[in-house]
Design a protein around this ligand. Structure first.
Ligand SMILES: [Zn+2]
Length: 470
């Protein structure tokens, strides 16, 4: 934990940033002395759970609680809580050794009267980390807590806390703190610490902290020894500038694999955090997707969705990548080349069709479509437009799951791997819609055939002989 975070930790509920509803409810309870014996705080890291737990503990134990519900911050008890010295406030970090010894200890000592204060408060941080045995032991204590004992449990992963525990606690959900609240707090700290900052730099820090005040303050502390500028924050956090993201977007849009790879390479070489970079890029794609939806540009939506999935997948794999840039490279290649690859694959395994598609060089211009003899690659490139014309969403969704397998004159064959979608497109109404859309885009009367994907062994070409198109 950083020095500044400790220094500016809220000493009263009034100073607690960004959790107004929780603050109001808790102060009300303290004011009316309607406290329960077990609280559970859940929410993302650094959003004030532990700080709030300490505040309640202090307010519960304070010898002179104010009418507002706030601790007085002056009595002996408040003072020793502030210094972290009060023996009756016991903090357990369940993450450190999964809590076995502490919970055993807790069960033994819980009956003893408090040493100095009027009650004992147990704060158990990251409570979801407790072992099953520790949970069971804790549950026994929660079921019949002695009158002088209060529990405040905190967790970032509430779904890992057993229902039996949840049901014994009054629950509070901590939200991510807004960028604006974080900026306000950082500005205040900067003033008190006489640090020179550019306001826009604080906004970048807030964004990077993703709603966590602790992370925001910790970043601030690391960077603010020199003048805190936008430039500095970008460099140090490896925040990729918008131009790189924009360049990658253009590379994908123009199917320029080489360019896409060089953007990734450059980001890596310049020491940018690739996960951050991917997050920024996903942010850009998301923005484009929202724009497309708002403007009803349905033609580009499937493509954007595909890219988002590819890069989201890459983001998840970046953490444990053997070669740092590899997940992104794969995403770039898939995003720029998937169409060509789909078209080329069957040729490599089935030489008899080579003659038919050999002319389909990767760079067939779209205009070549309308010359009567359709070419696989060119048709493939037009498919997003076809999807866009399918106004019936369920037909569109099902049709999109198929891939173009064969082109023979004006006959197109699409292959499906799911029975459900296959049956859906087989429906006569759907077939008509698809053929109409294809006609509009390709300018030809098209006949469409659908088939189910052959089982894997067959599709690898080991067993079956290709059947000609009907
Ligand atoms: Zn006090």
């Amino acid at each position: 934990m950083t020095a500044l975070y400790r220094k500016y930790r809220p000493q009263s509920f009034e100073d607690l940033v960004g959790q107004a509803p929780i603050r109001t409810t808790l102060l009300q309870a303290l004011k009316q002395d309607r406290l329960v014996h077990a609280y559970l705080f859940s929410g993302p890291r650094g959003t004030g759970k532990t700080s709030t737990a300490r505040l309640i503990a202090k307010a519960i134990l304070c010898e002179n609680r104010m009418v507002t519900g706030e601790p007085c911050n002056e009595c002996d008890i408040c003072q020793s809580v502030g210094r972290g010295e009060l023996v009756d406030l016991i903090e357990i970090d369940a993450a450190s050794n999964r809590g076995i010894d502490e919970i055993r200890d807790l069960r033994e000592k819980i009956r003893y009267a408090p040493t100095r204060a009027k009650a004992k408060v147990y704060i158990i941080d990251e409570v979801h980390m407790l072992t099953k045995e520790a949970f069971n032991a804790l549950l026994k204590s929660l079921e019949e807590p002695p009158a002088h004992v209060y529990f405040i449990l905190a967790t970032t992963e509430i779904h890992k806390v057993p229902e039996t525990i949840l049901s014994r606690c009054q629950r509070y959900e901590f939200k991510r703190i807004s960028d604006a609240d974080i900026v306000t707090q950082l500005t205040a700290i900067a003033e008190k610490e006489s640090r020179e900052v550019e306001p826009a730099a604080l906004e970048l820090l807030a964004k990077a902290a993703d709603g966590g005040m602790r992370d925001a303050i910790s970043l601030f502390e690391q960077l603010s020894n020199e003048k805190l500028t936008v430039q500095l924050v970008r460099e140090r956090l490896g925040l990729t500038n918008d131009q790189s993201c924009e360049a990658l977007y253009v590379a994908l849009g123009t199917a320029d694999t080489q360019k896409g790879l060089s953007v990734v390479e450059e980001a890596h070489r310049e020491g940018h955090d690739l996960q951050q970079f991917t997050t920024s890029f996903l942010g850009l794609l998301r923005g484009k997707l929202h724009e497309a939806v708002a403007a009803k540009k349905t033609g580009v939506i499937p493509k954007l969705l595909q890219w988002i999935e590819l890069f989201d997948d890459a983001w998840m794999k970046l953490k444990r990548a053997s070669i740092a840039t590899l997940p992104l490279e794969i995403a770039v290649i898939r995003g720029t080349q998937s169409l060509e690859m789909q078209a080329v694959e069957p040729q490599t395994e089935r030489p008899e069709r080579l003659a038919q598609t050999a002319v389909a060089a990767p760079s067939v211009p779209a205009s070549a479509v309308a010359v009567g003899l359709l070419q696989m690659d060119a048709v493939q490139k037009q498919l997003p437009k076809v999807y866009g014309l399918l106004s019936n969403p369920s037909v569109r969704a099902s049709f999109q799951t198929g891939h173009l397998k064969e082109v023979n004159g004006k006959n197109l064959k699409f292959c499906f791997s799911s029975d459900f979608h296959f049956n859906k497109v087989q429906d006569l109404g759907a077939l008509v819609l698809v053929e109409e859309a294809l006609k509009k885009v390709l300018g030809e009367e098209i006949k469409v055939f659908f088939e189910m994907e052959a089982p894997l062994v067959e599709s690898l070409g080991w067993e079956t002989v290709e059947e000609p198109l009907p």
